[in-house]
Design a protein around this ligand. Sequence first.
Ligand SMILES: NC(=O)c1ccc[n+]([C@@H]2O[C@H](COP(=O)([O-])OP(=O)(O)OC[C@H]3O[C@@H](n4cnc5c(N)ncnc54)[C@H](O)[C@@H]3O)[C@@H](O)[C@H]2O)c1
Length: 334
Amino acid sequence: MPEPIRVLVTGAAGQIAYSVLLSIAKGDVFGKDQPLILLLLDITPMMTALQGVVMELEDCATAPLKEVIATDQEEVAFKDLDVAILVGSMPRREGMERKDLLKANVKIFKSQGAALDKYAKKSVKVIVVGNPANTNCLTASRSAPSIPKSNFSCLTRLDHNRAKAQIAQKLKLGCNDVKNVIIWGNHSSTQYPDVTHAKVKVHGKELGVYEAIKDDCYLKGEFITTVQQRGAAVIKARKLSSAMSASKAICDHVQDIWFGTPEGEFVSMGVISDGNSYGIPEDLLYSFPVTIKNKNWSFVEGLPIDDFSREKMDLTAKELMEEKETAFEFLASV
Ligand SMILES: NC(=O)c1ccc[n+]([C@@H]2O[C@H](COP(=O)([O-])OP(=O)(O)OC[C@H]3O[C@@H](n4cnc5c(N)ncnc54)[C@H](O)[C@@H]3O)[C@@H](O)[C@H]2O)c1
């Protein structure tokens, strides 16, 4: 039996955690034979609710779960971590300015970055989900200088899965018959869902998506806006943000980090730009196509970028540069 790994989920009393914790505890992410110690962090007023989550997790009686530790203390939550899934963040309240939201989150992710630096294993893999996910992830990495930058990523897999599902529905295919869609940039409505390099399997034959759908107007218009605005559409209908699909996307993302991506396939992840890939400025936390092997990701290099894509990729980069600038101003002062 391997040694248990220590996995933290923050925002553990929230709605995404309620769904993702069961998948992790069942072994859907790290495998059925990998023992787990789950650490659950939330803020002090949520501790009673969190005790309820702990009881339910125990009552699930899942084989991989060896221990659950629920806490409001960072020094307990971040100790000796192998994986940190940072879901908890400050939500936007009515009348709240975007800058105030950014500032509140800089404070949280600066503190959690410093806790990672101080208490977690240096090999820890950090996945940021709480919004604004890209900039929160950059803040955490900046605040954890002893942990390699490449260990940090943010979730754009939900957008990636949404793009995949839209294409599959359009062609009446299964989602597994669609691969290599890309989400470029920010996990916000400026993201660019790109299917220029995506492939579909129709009657056993692999085709490009543009060739299979034969409707450039749809792919350059309605498809993009549907994916960009899907989160808002779910909130409008459910009066709550996406949680089941966000949880599934977290599982896909972390499972790929742990076990690697299939041969010939790439996935979208927010990672820190090296300044040499696709003309995106250095040190921006931007969603790129990546492949993963031996728990390390690499950029998918050399995809040709046309003028339509270039414009959309630069627009979302601009938004991220502005967010970064504001966040780093706050970082010095909070
Ligand atoms: N990147 C993505 O694709 C994606 C998708 C969906 C949701 N999200 C984001 O994920 C976040 C969580 O969503 P949710 O629906 O679970 O929200 P939620 O409000 O149900 O739960 C959030 C939890 O975080 C906790 N929290 C707040 N500050 C914390 C802190 N400093 N430390 C620990 N816990 C803290 C809250 O007390 C709450 O229990 C939101 O920011 C949401 O916008 C991101």
